[in-house]
Design a protein around this ligand. Structure first.
Ligand SMILES: *[C@@H]1O[C@H](CO)[C@@H](O)[C@H](O)[C@H]1NC(C)=O
Ligand SMILES: *[C@@H]1O[C@H](CO)[C@@H](O)[C@H](O)[C@H]1NC(C)=O
Ligand SMILES: *[C@@H]1O[C@H](CO)[C@@H](O)[C@H](O)[C@H]1NC(C)=O
Ligand SMILES: *[C@@H]1O[C@H](CO)[C@@H](O)[C@H](O)[C@H]1NC(C)=O
Length: 648
């Protein structure tokens, strides 16, 4: 996420997010080092408590047709505009390094995703990676800690100390939920004194579960924010040189055995286009290091509300309709389409490495609405159709609106205490739409005369039509703007349909996926609750009429295989607990739990770090249908109370 322009704004943000925090930061534009202690007065409740609900936008003047036909070719060979094969891991998460201790350990959600898409890719990084330093150990098993900034380095972000326990926690998560893999951020704030220990320890502990190392986060904004003491005329050539110093260090470091998994250039396009960076010779000079081509983009920002002054204030209600059109996603990636084609030619996956509804925490009522789920679905499928191989939705502390999921407040000791927000359904459903085969090819069907309100995509798998995604952005309780799309697919007798249902795009809580949901705010344990409800639609002569309400989203499986491979009967579940009193030991994983954790446990209910009967019972409830249950307290709260939950 973008830094605010003003260091004072950043300090104000700190005051918003924690009740009292000491921030040590050299003020970039001044000469002196200041220590500020912000008072408790501006504490805001967790965003997930915020009941603000917007109004659904009015119907458009030019109402789209309510009946149209979509004809699918029987083979991918004759389909115009079909994407390259896109993995089911497409939608992952970007977790701000400074809050990773609070956010990471949500095993049930990861388990749901791996059971559909075959894996989950999670990045730990962001602005806070730039000043992070790996140390040998932190007291009491703590995995991260804020530290005074080295006064030699001008930076706006408090420095972060992380211990190898962080990597061990990540390694344990991958062991418990196979398919969870990681990107790590390597600091690039001081290329005269490289700090590659995060890469070294990450490689050593995570091994094959480490997908890549990001070097340089949003480098086109380094100059604007004088990040790492860089001047405002910091250029693509300066970045090329500094990136080269990092690559030379990595190439010479025997403790970093994998050299070709670097993620770059992670530009936002705000200051430098990817092409401006490519023009320096970046792609050829670092061809042997670059494993992935990355960009980062938020379509909007809510920075004025949080920082004041830095940008124009925005009214969420006014912004809302801009998200509820088919063109919204394409608009975000338009400037990166050439880079996507370049990446494909080089055989390197194109990644949207950090994104969400709006930077600076998102908009109340918008980023946490059913509309945000529709936006996320459409945006994700648009990226996939345009040959992006992955996109990571940013997750930050408890006081932001855009989180797909939010840990319990750190002072709560509760079992069912997580919050799963509407946009998480975009992760879940895109994983289902793409499936685990790695052969999914996506095409935007230009449905209903390219209507902005009723987009549709087809997904081909192993060369044949497998699924169709249909959406309706309009809200009309009268039913008059529901539509019927008739899918024509040769030889199909019947199809199975799952709906993401809600009465309004503005709705925050009454949302269900095929009849199931995650429960209300602070009501989630990461498992889908309620009875699964799948609609079977008979087809006549290969024509299948699919009803899509206003608003609505439907995922249509065209074959039994296309349905069953993404509808696991019993994904592994875990009991997750948080405990205030155990906040400091949380990265500790009991090896005996791991030993029984990989799907054959049976001995459910072993909870370390403080078992209670409540949790044990909950674990037992999850044990139905042969599910492997592992009771695991990975300590979501960790040092959250002490962590500065900057929503960067
Ligand atoms: C995506 O890649 C495929 C396969 O190379 C290509 O045919 C298609 O035109 C690309 N799509 C876009 C929008 O560039
Ligand atoms: C899990 O955590 C324990 C304790 O920190 C550590 O000893 C072990 O190596 C970790 N396992 C993995 C696979 O990283
Ligand atoms: C796409 O990027 C390549 C590499 O930077 C560049 O040579 C080419 O001119 C670009 N094409 C367009 C249409 O911008
Ligand atoms: C947690 O902290 C909030 C804010 O200070 C407070 O309102 C709430 O009562 C606390 N909850 C518990 C369980 O201590």
């Amino acid at each position: 996420m973008h830094l605010p322009s003003s260091p004072w704004a950043l300090l104000a943000l700190a005051a918003l997010y924690v009740r009292a925090v000491t921030v040590y930061s050299q003020i970039p534009f001044g000469q002196s080092t200041k220590t500020l202690s912000a008072p408790a007065t501006n504490f805001t409740p967790n965003a997930v408590y915020d009941p603000k609900q917007l109004k659904a936008p009015p119907l458009p003047d030019d109402l789209p047709n309510t009946a149209f036909t979509l004809t699918l070719a029987a083979s991918n060979s004759s389909v115009q505009g079909l994407s390259m094969p896109i993995p089911g891991t497409f939608y992952g998460f970007s977790v701000e390094m400074s809050v990773s201790n609070q956010i990471l350990p949500f095993l049930n959600l990861m388990s749901l995703l791996t059971a559909r898409g075959g894996g989950v890719h999670i990045r730990v990084g962001g602005n806070t990676q730039e000043t992070a330093t790996m140390v040998g150990e932190l007291p009491n098993g703590t995995i991260l800690q804020k530290a005074a900034v080295n006064t030699q380095i001008t930076t706006q972000t408090p420095a972060l100390l992380i211990s190898p326990e962080m990597m061990r926690m990540m390694g344990n998560i991958s062991a418990l939920v196979p398919g969870v893999k990681w990107y790590l951020g390597v600091p690039m704030n001081d290329t005269s004194h490289l700090r590659l220990q995060i890469a070294e320890v990450g490689e050593a502990i995570l091994g094959d579960n480490l997908l890549g190392l990001q070097v340089g986060n949003e480098p086109d904004l380094y100059g604007r924010h004088n990040f790492g003491g860089r001047s405002s005329d910091y250029s693509p050539q300066d970045y090329f040189n500094e990136f080269g110093a990092e690559m030379a260090g990595i190439n010479a470091d025997a403790q970093i055995p994998v050299k070709n998994n670097i993620v770059g250039p992670s530009t936002t396009g705000d200051v430098w286009s990817p092409e401006q960076i490519f023009d320096t010779g970046y792609l050829s000079a670092y061809a042997d290091n670059l494993g992935f081509i990355s960009v980062e983009k938020y379509p909007d920002d809510n920075c004025a509300a949080i920082f004041g002054g830095a940008s124009q204030p925005r009214d969420p209600q006014t912004e809302f309709p801009k998200y509820l059109t088919h063109g919204a996603g394409l608009q975000i990636i338009q400037q990166f389409l050439n880079a996507s084609a370049v990446a494909q030619r080089l055989g390197k996956p194109m990644l949207m490495f950090e994104t969400n509804t709006a930077s600076c925490g998102g908009f109340p009522g918008l980023s946490d609405s059913y509309g945000s789920a529709l936006w996320g679905l459409d945006y994700g499928l648009t990226m996939a159709a345009n040959n992006f191989s992955g996109a990571l939705l940013h997750v930050s502390g408890g006081s932001v609106y855009y989180n797909p999921f939010t840990p319990p407040p750190t002072n709560q000791s509760a079992f069912h205490a997580w919050t799963v927000s509407p946009i998480f359904y975009a992760n879940l459903i895109v994983a289902e739409a793409l499936g685990p085969t790695g052969t999914a090819q996506v095409v935007d069907l230009g449905a209903n005369g390219q209507s902005e309100m009723t987009p549709a995509y087809a997904i081909y798998e192993n060369g044949a039509p497998a699924r169709v995604a249909l959406m309706n952005y309009m809200t009309d309780p009268s039913g008059q703007n529901d539509y019927v799309a008739t899918l024509k697919v040769a030889g199909v007798q019947s199809v199975q349909v799952k709906y993401l249902a809600s009465p309004s795009v503005a709705e925050k809580y009454n949302i269900s996926w095929a009849g199931q949901s995650f429960g209300p705010a602070y009501g989630a344990d990461g498992r889908l609750q309620g009875n699964l409800s799948v609609v079977t639609v008979p087809c006549s002569g290969g024509a299948c009429p699919i009803h899509v309400p206003a608003p609505g989203f439907a995922l249509v499986s065209l074959t039994d295989a296309a349905f069953s491979e993404v509808n696991p009967t019993a994904p592994a579940t875990f009991s997750t607990t948080t405990s205030k009193t155990k906040s400091y030991n949380t990265a500790t994983i009991n090896p005996s739990v791991l030993a029984t954790s990989n799907g054959h446990g049976g001995s459910a209910g072993k909870i370390f770090l403080g078992a209670t009967s409540k949790e044990s019972n909950a674990a037992a409830r999850g044990a139905g249908a042969g599910a492997a249950v592992v009771a695991l307290a990975l300590g979501a709260a960790v040092v959250g109370r002490r962590a500065l939950a900057l929503a960067l």
